[in-house]
Design a binder for this molecule. Structure first.
Ligand SMILES: O=C(O)CCC(=O)C(=O)O
Length: 272
């Protein structure tokens, strides 16, 4: 079990094994599906935690930093296969947990607009990714994530937008005009891209790069789909705030340019 998150390095053994072709696909496409990596007992605990967070916060994108007050989420984020997967795909023996986030699309919820994640995160100079677990079956009708293959290699920091309660786009963040790349209307140019989209079973995870352009389809099914996203960074990542963007995950303990190691972004070290 992990004790002091910041002052005593957490030394874990990485037992997660990945085929070289799988790692290579991830590096080329910027997103990959890993099947059946989380067992039912962990899933059952996480379902309870996720449902609790849904009761607490009534806004699609604002269910963040759940691990800080929830034991099952804390274990999953810091001492489970999730950080092992992150370290493997970041190809880094040291990672930091940036934050976690719950995404539940209920019947009738709209599509999640296309975006890439790093423009929303106070992170520069290092790789970052998401381990996105589903605790429900996800069909093409129930709001699966979609990814533009290879878009993580474009080096485009697309302009971040604000959202309304149901997760659809409201406007761009004020003051970000010209600082970021304009966000193309990817929806109208779907045929120009290779779009990856998988149906999923409980216990499957998606891994995707913080620069990969992605969104999610609307939920037109009768079933809710609950996803749990954990964001990790690799060695060398530093703190950098950009105005008002996603203030929920800013860290008052850090100054721009510092390494992320802190109580809010705990480092995790692996022996292999
Ligand atoms: O689940 C969703 O609707 C969106 C997820 C997402 O954009 C993310 O995890 O970065």
């Amino acid at each position: 079990m992990l004790t002091d998150l910041h002052n005593e390095p957490n030394l874990l053994r990485n037992t997660f094994e990945v085929e070289p072709e799988t790692l290579n696909s991830y590096l080329i496409d910027g997103a990959i599906l890993l099947e059946s990596v989380v067992d039912e007992s962990m899933l059952s605990n996480l379902r309870t935690s996720i449902d609790h967070s849904l009761e607490l916060v009534d806004s699609y994108f604002h269910r963040q930093r759940v691990w800080e007050h929830d034991e099952a989420c804390r274990e999953f984020c810091l001492d489970s296969v999730a950080p092992e997967i992150a370290a493997t795909f970041l190809q880094s023996s040291k990672i930091n947990l940036l934050y976690d986030q719950v995404f539940a699309k209920v019947t009738g919820d709209p599509a999640t607009p296309w975006h890439n994640d790093l423009p929303y995160w106070p992170v520069r100079n290092g790789k970052a990714l998401t381990v996105w677990l589903t605790v429900d079956p996800i069909k093409f009708e129930s709001g699966p994530l979609e990814f533009i293959a290879g878009s993580h290699l474009w080096d485009k920091w697309f302009q971040p937008f604000t959202v309304v309660k149901d997760g659809s786009q409201a406007d761009y963040y004020e003051g970000t005009d010209g600082k970021f790349d304009p966000l193309p209307d990817f929806e109208s140019e779907r045929e120009k891209h290779k779009i990856l989209c998988w149906e999923m079973e409980p216990g499957d995870v998606l891994v995707f790069d913080g620069m990969t352009v992605h969104g999610a389809k609307a939920n037109i099914s009768q079933a809710t789909r609950r996803g749990y996203a954990i964001r990790y960074t690799g060695a060398g990542a530093t703190y950098h705030t950009d105005g008002e963007i996603n203030q929920l995950i800013n860290n008052p303990e850090l100054k721009d340019g510092q390494l992320l190691d802190s109580a809010q972004y705990p480092p995790i070290h692996f022996t292999n």
